[in-house]
Write a new protein. Sequence first.
Length: 97
Amino acid sequence: VLGGRFERYAHRELHRAVVEAAEGAGLAAVDLLDCYSAYGFRDLRVDVVHPSPLGHRIAAHATRDALCARGWLCEGVPPGPPCTAYRPSEFPTVRGY
């Protein structure tokens, strides 16, 4: 849920529990919280649930990094910049309802 401020984000433990449950079931999980925390909520969302173009780009970046870290992708490809290096001003602003 993308509302409020990351300093007061109330779902950190839930993120940890979901990742642990997924990995315990043999699934891979990518927690976007570290990447998203570098930005303001309003830059990441169209509404309180749906990511903006920037939010989608960061999610794709974090997913790629996780796949590379697991050795499932990116063999021989140098890593790119960190997921926290995007400039919100370079992405279109989209607002939902």
